[in-house]
Write a protein that binds this ligand. Structure first.
Ligand code: IPM
Ligand code: MN
Length: 353
Protein backbone atom coordinates (compact mmCIF):
# COMPACT_ATOMS: atom_id res chain seq x y z
CA UNK A 1 0.00 0.00 0.00
CA UNK A 2 0.98 3.64 -0.44
CA UNK A 3 0.83 6.15 2.37
CA UNK A 4 1.94 9.70 3.02
CA UNK A 5 3.22 10.35 6.53
CA UNK A 6 4.09 13.81 7.81
CA UNK A 7 6.95 13.68 10.30
CA UNK A 8 7.26 16.47 12.84
CA UNK A 9 10.50 15.96 14.80
CA UNK A 10 10.12 19.12 16.90
CA UNK A 11 12.50 19.78 19.78
CA UNK A 12 14.90 18.12 22.21
CA UNK A 13 14.99 14.36 21.75
CA UNK A 14 12.11 14.64 19.22
CA UNK A 15 14.41 14.38 16.16
CA UNK A 16 16.34 11.43 17.64
CA UNK A 17 13.26 9.32 18.34
CA UNK A 18 11.62 10.33 15.03
CA UNK A 19 14.64 9.00 13.18
CA UNK A 20 14.17 5.70 15.00
CA UNK A 21 10.48 5.63 14.06
CA UNK A 22 11.17 6.31 10.38
CA UNK A 23 13.82 3.59 10.26
CA UNK A 24 11.39 1.04 11.68
CA UNK A 25 8.59 2.11 9.31
CA UNK A 26 11.00 1.85 6.38
CA UNK A 27 11.97 -1.61 7.58
CA UNK A 28 8.31 -2.60 7.61
CA UNK A 29 7.74 -1.05 4.15
CA UNK A 30 10.60 -3.15 2.74
CA UNK A 31 9.41 -6.37 4.29
CA UNK A 32 5.79 -6.04 3.20
CA UNK A 33 6.31 -4.17 -0.05
CA UNK A 34 4.54 -0.99 1.06
CA UNK A 35 5.49 2.48 -0.06
CA UNK A 36 5.60 5.08 2.69
CA UNK A 37 6.47 8.63 1.71
CA UNK A 38 7.72 10.83 4.55
CA UNK A 39 7.32 14.59 4.52
CA UNK A 40 9.40 16.16 7.26
CA UNK A 41 8.06 19.48 8.53
CA UNK A 42 8.67 22.02 11.27
CA UNK A 43 6.75 22.31 14.52
CA UNK A 44 7.25 23.81 17.98
CA UNK A 45 10.45 25.55 19.01
CA UNK A 46 12.29 24.49 15.85
CA UNK A 47 9.55 26.18 13.81
CA UNK A 48 9.65 29.32 15.96
CA UNK A 49 13.40 29.55 15.36
CA UNK A 50 13.04 29.04 11.60
CA UNK A 51 9.88 31.00 10.73
CA UNK A 52 8.59 32.56 13.99
CA UNK A 53 5.51 30.34 13.92
CA UNK A 54 5.09 27.12 15.98
CA UNK A 55 2.65 25.64 13.41
CA UNK A 56 3.70 27.02 10.00
CA UNK A 57 1.47 26.97 6.90
CA UNK A 58 3.63 24.37 5.13
CA UNK A 59 3.25 22.05 8.09
CA UNK A 60 -0.52 22.56 8.12
CA UNK A 61 -0.76 21.80 4.40
CA UNK A 62 1.38 18.67 4.67
CA UNK A 63 -0.64 17.31 7.62
CA UNK A 64 -3.91 18.02 5.83
CA UNK A 65 -2.96 15.79 2.91
CA UNK A 66 -1.30 13.02 4.93
CA UNK A 67 -2.68 9.66 6.01
CA UNK A 68 -0.97 9.98 9.38
CA UNK A 69 1.29 12.30 11.36
CA UNK A 70 4.22 11.24 13.50
CA UNK A 71 5.40 13.71 16.12
CA UNK A 72 8.53 13.71 18.29
CA UNK A 73 8.15 16.31 21.05
CA UNK A 74 7.88 20.07 21.45
CA UNK A 75 9.23 22.58 23.94
CA UNK A 76 12.37 23.26 25.92
CA UNK A 77 14.07 25.83 28.13
CA UNK A 78 15.05 27.97 25.13
CA UNK A 79 11.41 28.91 24.53
CA UNK A 80 9.99 28.74 28.03
CA UNK A 81 10.14 32.41 28.99
CA UNK A 82 6.77 32.90 30.76
CA UNK A 83 6.40 36.27 29.08
CA UNK A 84 6.93 35.00 25.56
CA UNK A 85 3.91 35.49 23.32
CA UNK A 86 4.66 32.51 21.06
CA UNK A 87 5.39 29.11 22.58
CA UNK A 88 6.24 25.70 21.08
CA UNK A 89 3.28 24.05 22.81
CA UNK A 90 0.89 26.28 20.84
CA UNK A 91 2.05 24.43 17.73
CA UNK A 92 1.03 21.06 19.14
CA UNK A 93 -2.33 22.34 20.41
CA UNK A 94 -3.08 23.99 17.06
CA UNK A 95 -2.15 20.76 15.30
CA UNK A 96 -4.52 18.69 17.45
CA UNK A 97 -7.30 21.18 16.79
CA UNK A 98 -6.63 21.38 13.05
CA UNK A 99 -6.70 17.59 12.73
CA UNK A 100 -9.81 17.41 14.98
CA UNK A 101 -8.23 14.52 16.87
CA UNK A 102 -10.42 14.72 19.94
CA UNK A 103 -9.65 11.24 21.30
CA UNK A 104 -6.22 10.53 22.73
CA UNK A 105 -5.41 6.90 23.55
CA UNK A 106 -2.65 6.21 26.03
CA UNK A 107 -2.23 2.50 26.72
CA UNK A 108 -0.34 1.65 29.90
CA UNK A 109 1.02 -1.84 29.50
CA UNK A 110 3.60 -3.29 31.84
CA UNK A 111 6.48 -5.41 30.64
CA UNK A 112 6.99 -7.75 33.61
CA UNK A 113 10.76 -7.55 32.99
CA UNK A 114 10.64 -3.81 33.66
CA UNK A 115 8.77 -4.03 36.96
CA UNK A 116 11.99 -3.32 38.83
CA UNK A 117 12.39 -0.06 36.85
CA UNK A 118 9.10 1.18 38.32
CA UNK A 119 9.09 3.02 41.64
CA UNK A 120 5.92 1.09 42.50
CA UNK A 121 6.11 -2.24 44.36
CA UNK A 122 6.20 -5.15 41.92
CA UNK A 123 3.29 -6.92 43.64
CA UNK A 124 1.00 -3.97 42.83
CA UNK A 125 1.93 -4.08 39.14
CA UNK A 126 0.67 -7.57 38.55
CA UNK A 127 -2.11 -7.62 35.97
CA UNK A 128 -1.89 -3.91 35.16
CA UNK A 129 -3.30 -3.20 31.70
CA UNK A 130 -4.93 0.22 31.44
CA UNK A 131 -6.18 2.23 28.50
CA UNK A 132 -6.51 5.92 29.28
CA UNK A 133 -8.80 7.79 26.90
CA UNK A 134 -8.13 11.50 27.19
CA UNK A 135 -10.39 14.13 25.64
CA UNK A 136 -7.94 16.20 23.60
CA UNK A 137 -9.52 19.21 21.92
CA UNK A 138 -11.67 20.77 24.64
CA UNK A 139 -11.65 21.94 28.23
CA UNK A 140 -9.32 24.39 29.89
CA UNK A 141 -6.62 23.94 27.21
CA UNK A 142 -8.76 25.69 24.63
CA UNK A 143 -11.08 28.06 26.53
CA UNK A 144 -10.58 31.83 26.35
CA UNK A 145 -7.64 33.15 28.32
CA UNK A 146 -7.22 36.58 29.87
CA UNK A 147 -4.23 38.19 31.48
CA UNK A 148 -3.57 41.52 33.11
CA UNK A 149 -0.88 42.51 35.58
CA UNK A 150 -2.49 40.98 38.62
CA UNK A 151 -5.27 38.81 37.25
CA UNK A 152 -5.35 35.84 34.90
CA UNK A 153 -8.02 33.37 33.83
CA UNK A 154 -8.43 30.20 31.77
CA UNK A 155 -11.95 29.19 30.85
CA UNK A 156 -12.84 25.52 31.17
CA UNK A 157 -15.73 24.74 28.87
CA UNK A 158 -17.28 21.49 27.67
CA UNK A 159 -20.24 20.89 25.39
CA UNK A 160 -22.54 17.87 25.57
CA UNK A 161 -21.48 16.63 22.10
CA UNK A 162 -17.81 16.68 23.09
CA UNK A 163 -18.50 14.51 26.11
CA UNK A 164 -20.85 12.15 24.27
CA UNK A 165 -18.41 11.37 21.49
CA UNK A 166 -15.47 10.64 23.79
CA UNK A 167 -17.58 8.50 26.12
CA UNK A 168 -18.85 6.48 23.14
CA UNK A 169 -15.32 5.82 21.99
CA UNK A 170 -14.16 4.83 25.47
CA UNK A 171 -17.19 2.59 26.04
CA UNK A 172 -16.66 0.86 22.71
CA UNK A 173 -13.10 0.16 23.67
CA UNK A 174 -14.13 -1.11 27.09
CA UNK A 175 -16.61 -3.49 25.46
CA UNK A 176 -13.71 -5.05 23.52
CA UNK A 177 -11.60 -5.33 26.68
CA UNK A 178 -12.75 -6.26 30.18
CA UNK A 179 -16.00 -4.30 29.95
CA UNK A 180 -15.18 -1.79 32.68
CA UNK A 181 -15.15 1.97 32.30
CA UNK A 182 -13.98 4.41 34.94
CA UNK A 183 -14.94 8.02 34.24
CA UNK A 184 -12.84 10.55 36.10
CA UNK A 185 -14.03 14.02 37.00
CA UNK A 186 -14.19 16.57 39.81
CA UNK A 187 -17.97 16.68 40.07
CA UNK A 188 -17.84 17.74 43.73
CA UNK A 189 -16.41 21.11 42.65
CA UNK A 190 -16.60 21.77 38.91
CA UNK A 191 -19.73 22.47 36.85
CA UNK A 192 -18.04 21.05 33.72
CA UNK A 193 -17.52 17.82 35.67
CA UNK A 194 -21.19 17.70 36.68
CA UNK A 195 -22.18 17.96 33.01
CA UNK A 196 -19.52 15.33 32.22
CA UNK A 197 -20.99 12.94 34.79
CA UNK A 198 -24.62 13.49 33.66
CA UNK A 199 -23.80 12.94 30.02
CA UNK A 200 -21.69 9.89 30.86
CA UNK A 201 -24.46 8.27 32.91
CA UNK A 202 -27.03 8.88 30.15
CA UNK A 203 -24.84 7.78 27.27
CA UNK A 204 -23.81 4.57 28.97
CA UNK A 205 -27.25 3.61 30.20
CA UNK A 206 -28.86 4.30 26.80
CA UNK A 207 -26.19 2.94 24.49
CA UNK A 208 -23.94 0.60 26.47
CA UNK A 209 -26.12 -1.12 29.07
CA UNK A 210 -23.61 -3.96 29.55
CA UNK A 211 -20.67 -1.72 30.42
CA UNK A 212 -19.79 -1.60 34.09
CA UNK A 213 -19.49 2.15 34.74
CA UNK A 214 -17.75 3.70 37.72
CA UNK A 215 -17.16 7.39 38.53
CA UNK A 216 -14.10 8.51 40.39
CA UNK A 217 -12.98 11.95 41.52
CA UNK A 218 -9.66 12.89 40.00
CA UNK A 219 -7.83 13.25 43.32
CA UNK A 220 -8.94 9.78 44.36
CA UNK A 221 -8.04 8.41 40.93
CA UNK A 222 -4.51 9.78 41.34
CA UNK A 223 -4.27 7.84 44.58
CA UNK A 224 -5.81 4.60 43.31
CA UNK A 225 -3.51 4.58 40.26
CA UNK A 226 -0.65 4.05 42.68
CA UNK A 227 -2.44 2.00 45.31
CA UNK A 228 -4.31 -0.49 43.12
CA UNK A 229 -3.49 0.12 39.46
CA UNK A 230 -4.72 -3.34 38.41
CA UNK A 231 -8.24 -2.19 39.30
CA UNK A 232 -8.51 -0.12 36.10
CA UNK A 233 -9.53 -1.23 32.62
CA UNK A 234 -10.51 1.81 30.52
CA UNK A 235 -10.24 5.23 32.14
CA UNK A 236 -11.90 8.19 30.39
CA UNK A 237 -11.41 11.78 31.36
CA UNK A 238 -11.22 15.40 30.27
CA UNK A 239 -8.19 17.04 28.74
CA UNK A 240 -6.17 18.33 31.69
CA UNK A 241 -6.97 15.48 34.10
CA UNK A 242 -5.89 13.08 31.35
CA UNK A 243 -2.64 14.95 30.85
CA UNK A 244 -1.75 14.72 34.52
CA UNK A 245 -2.93 11.16 35.18
CA UNK A 246 -1.06 9.72 32.18
CA UNK A 247 2.27 11.10 33.35
CA UNK A 248 1.54 9.48 36.68
CA UNK A 249 0.44 6.21 35.05
CA UNK A 250 3.62 6.09 32.97
CA UNK A 251 5.58 5.42 36.15
CA UNK A 252 3.81 2.08 36.44
CA UNK A 253 5.54 1.06 33.22
CA UNK A 254 8.93 2.05 34.57
CA UNK A 255 9.66 4.92 32.20
CA UNK A 256 7.81 7.54 30.21
CA UNK A 257 10.06 6.50 27.36
CA UNK A 258 8.15 3.24 26.92
CA UNK A 259 4.68 4.58 26.25
CA UNK A 260 3.04 5.44 22.92
CA UNK A 261 -0.07 7.40 22.12
CA UNK A 262 -2.54 7.76 19.29
CA UNK A 263 -4.90 10.66 18.69
CA UNK A 264 -7.88 10.16 16.43
CA UNK A 265 -11.06 11.91 15.37
CA UNK A 266 -13.84 10.81 13.04
CA UNK A 267 -11.56 9.71 10.20
CA UNK A 268 -8.63 7.29 10.10
CA UNK A 269 -6.13 10.13 9.90
CA UNK A 270 -4.32 10.18 13.21
CA UNK A 271 -1.54 11.84 15.13
CA UNK A 272 0.99 9.52 16.78
CA UNK A 273 3.48 10.55 19.43
CA UNK A 274 5.29 9.03 22.35
CA UNK A 275 3.91 10.39 25.61
CA UNK A 276 7.30 11.65 26.78
CA UNK A 277 8.37 15.25 26.30
CA UNK A 278 11.43 16.81 24.67
CA UNK A 279 13.74 15.78 27.57
CA UNK A 280 16.18 18.68 27.11
CA UNK A 281 18.49 17.20 29.76
CA UNK A 282 19.47 14.30 27.48
CA UNK A 283 18.80 15.85 24.05
CA UNK A 284 21.52 15.41 21.44
CA UNK A 285 23.25 12.57 23.31
CA UNK A 286 21.66 9.73 21.34
CA UNK A 287 20.54 7.92 24.49
CA UNK A 288 16.77 8.52 24.45
CA UNK A 289 14.52 5.46 24.67
CA UNK A 290 12.92 5.01 21.21
CA UNK A 291 10.37 2.40 22.39
CA UNK A 292 7.53 4.88 22.97
CA UNK A 293 8.02 6.26 19.47
CA UNK A 294 8.38 2.86 17.83
CA UNK A 295 5.26 1.61 19.62
CA UNK A 296 3.51 4.77 18.35
CA UNK A 297 4.49 3.73 14.82
CA UNK A 298 2.77 0.40 15.46
CA UNK A 299 -0.37 2.29 16.50
CA UNK A 300 -0.08 4.34 13.29
CA UNK A 301 0.01 1.20 11.16
CA UNK A 302 -2.91 -0.29 13.06
CA UNK A 303 -5.28 2.67 13.25
CA UNK A 304 -4.51 4.87 10.25
CA UNK A 305 -3.32 2.30 7.68
CA UNK A 306 -5.20 -0.79 8.90
CA UNK A 307 -1.99 -2.86 8.79
CA UNK A 308 -2.60 -5.09 11.80
CA UNK A 309 -0.02 -7.77 11.05
CA UNK A 310 2.72 -5.18 10.55
CA UNK A 311 1.75 -3.48 13.83
CA UNK A 312 1.90 -6.76 15.71
CA UNK A 313 5.28 -7.48 14.19
CA UNK A 314 6.63 -4.25 15.70
CA UNK A 315 5.01 -4.80 19.11
CA UNK A 316 6.44 -8.30 19.28
CA UNK A 317 9.90 -7.07 18.29
CA UNK A 318 9.88 -4.50 21.11
CA UNK A 319 8.71 -7.14 23.57
CA UNK A 320 11.42 -9.52 22.38
CA UNK A 321 14.19 -6.98 22.88
CA UNK A 322 12.96 -6.10 26.37
CA UNK A 323 12.63 -9.80 27.14
CA UNK A 324 16.20 -10.48 26.11
CA UNK A 325 17.55 -7.66 28.25
CA UNK A 326 18.02 -4.76 25.81
CA UNK A 327 17.81 -1.53 27.84
CA UNK A 328 18.30 2.15 27.21
CA UNK A 329 19.61 4.27 30.10
CA UNK A 330 16.17 5.11 31.52
CA UNK A 331 15.30 1.43 32.11
CA UNK A 332 18.76 -0.09 32.64
CA UNK A 333 19.51 -2.17 35.73
CA UNK A 334 22.11 -0.68 38.05
CA UNK A 335 25.55 -1.37 36.56
CA UNK A 336 24.15 -2.54 33.22
CA UNK A 337 25.69 -1.10 30.03
CA UNK A 338 22.83 0.71 28.35
CA UNK A 339 22.09 0.76 24.63
CA UNK A 340 22.04 3.98 22.63
CA UNK A 341 18.87 5.06 20.79
CA UNK A 342 20.35 3.71 17.57
CA UNK A 343 21.43 0.38 19.07
CA UNK A 344 18.02 -0.17 20.67
CA UNK A 345 16.38 0.60 17.31
CA UNK A 346 18.76 -1.79 15.52
CA UNK A 347 17.88 -4.54 17.97
CA UNK A 348 14.16 -3.99 17.41
CA UNK A 349 14.62 -3.95 13.62
CA UNK A 350 16.67 -7.15 13.76
CA UNK A 351 13.72 -8.87 15.40
CA UNK A 352 11.11 -7.86 12.83
CA UNK A 353 9.85 -10.95 11.06
C1 IPM B 1 1.19 15.97 26.36
C2 IPM B 1 1.98 17.23 26.60
C3 IPM B 1 1.22 18.40 25.99
C4 IPM B 1 -0.13 18.50 26.70
C5 IPM B 1 1.96 19.75 26.06
C6 IPM B 1 3.34 19.66 25.43
C7 IPM B 1 1.15 20.84 25.43
O1 IPM B 1 2.21 17.41 27.97
O2 IPM B 1 0.98 15.64 25.18
O3 IPM B 1 0.81 15.31 27.31
O4 IPM B 1 -0.23 19.10 27.76
O5 IPM B 1 -1.10 17.98 26.15
MN1 MN C 1 1.51 15.76 29.18
Amino acid sequence: MKALITVLPGDGIGPEVCEAGIRVLEGIANKYDHHFEFSEQLIGGAAIDAVQDPFPTNTQASCAESDAILLGAVGGPKWSDPNASIRPEQGLLALRLALEVFANFRPVKIFPELASASPIKTTRLEGVDIMVVRELTGGIYFGDKTRSDDRASDLCIYHRYEIERIIRIAANLASKRRGRLCSIDKANVLETSRLWRDVTINTISEEFPTIELEHMLVDAAAMHLINRPAHFDVMVTENMFGDILTDEASMLAGSMGMLPSASLGDSTRGLYEPIHGSAPDIAGQGIANPCGMIASCALLLRHSLNLTEEAENIDNAIQDVIHSGGRTTDIAEPGQVALSTREMTDQIMDRLL
